[in-house]
Ligand binder design. Structure first.
Ligand code: NAP
Length: 284
């Protein structure tokens, strides 16, 4: 079977073109949209990602501040910074980078990001709004999976989707978004018994576990669609996903590449969220 590549570059380019036009309209009307990136680590992968977000923002006409609190910042310092940016009317959007300092969890600090600026949907309020089916910012990676599938005309209504991973950042919010699309959702995790049997029963498999090569040909039914969310550092320093592409290709009907699949759509949606936040703030 031919396995179609579910690339994200064209979709990301279309989203970015719209975002750029909307950012220009806001700038012409007074001020450019402004994103605050709050960082509290000295992780090279995070620094690379922050840099790529800054470049993406710059290309789209979004102002971007990097606020570095240092890798030993306390939960109190992070909460204070996030609360200050939440109250600052010059800031439209806030993103908190991970990893956080040792001993500090996202749950300790994320509620200090006001929901109207929480463009990656990490706060308990944003996650609760999503679970209740109410309007709010949705975690961009989860949204990217759904948008990528729709872009490639993969039907979701009535389809059985198996999501591997149950984090608050990807797996759980993705489950909510897929339910809203009328899919039948199974969420698997590290305690799932017989993962290959669970995922082989699905029409669509989404791998979001952060484990290189976790999903192989034996995890996937003939003709299934596979989305790889994983971004893991390979031995050669490159980025690899959670799917063993060699054994899945030829069996699946479609597979998203890493890099070039979910990743560019995630960044594009984050930037779109920044513009949406700014538009709403200006309309108040
Ligand atoms: P995470 O917080 O570490 O969660 C991983 C999840 O996978 C957990 O629910 C864990 O189960 C499950 N898991 C781990 N090993 C497993 C196994 N052997 N079998 C079944 N389930 C297993 O990771 P995350 O933040 O959700 O990120 C997941 C992946 O997505 C990572 O590679 C990350 O880099 C990537 N990511 C990509 C983007 C993007 O834009 N492309 C954005 C964000 C994240 P338990 O709950 O039982 O521990």
């Amino acid at each position: 079977m031919d396995t179609v590549s579910l690339t994200g570059k064209e979709l990301a380019a279309a989203i970015n073109a719209d975002t750029k036009a909307r950012a220009a309209t806001l700038t012409e009307a007074g001020t450019a949209p402004r994103l605050a990136l709050v960082v509290a680590n000295d992780d090279p992968a995070s620094a690379w990602y922050v840099n790529s977000l800054r470049k993406a923002a710059e290309r789209l006409g979004i102002d971007c501040d990097r606020i570095d609190l240092g890798a030993d910042a306390s939960a109190d310092a992070l909460r204070a910074e996030l609360a200050a940016r939440s109250a600052d009317t010059a800031v439209d959007a806030i993103m908190l980078q991970t990893p956080l300092p040792e001993g500090v969890t996202l749950d300790d600090v994320s509620s200090s990001i006001v929901a109207t600026k929480d463009v990656d949907g990490v706060s308990p309020l944003s996650l609760g709004l999503l679970a209740a089916g109410l309007d709010g910012f949705v975690p961009a990676t989860s949204e990217a999976v759904v948008e990528l599938l729709k872009h490639h005309d993969v039907p979701l209504t009535g389809r059985h989707v198996a999501v591997v991973g149950r984090s608050n950042v990807v797996g759980k919010p993705l489950g909510q978004l897929l339910l809203a699309e009328n899919a039948t959702v199974t969420i698997a995790h590290s305690r799932t018994v017989d993962l290959p049997a669970v995922t082989s029963a699905a029409d669509i498999v989404v791998a979001a576990a952060g484990r290189i090569g976790l999903v192989t040909g034996k995890h996937v039914a003939e003709g299934a669609v596979v989305v790889d969310v994983g971004t893991n550092e390979a031995a050669d320093g490159g980025i690899v996903g959670d799917v063993e592409a060699e054994s899945v290709r030829g069996k699946a009907s479609a597979l998203s590449p890493v890099p070039g699949g979910v990743g560019p759509v995630t960044t594009a949606l984050l930037m779109r969220h920044v513009v949406v936040a700014a538009e709403k703030a200006r309309a108040e």
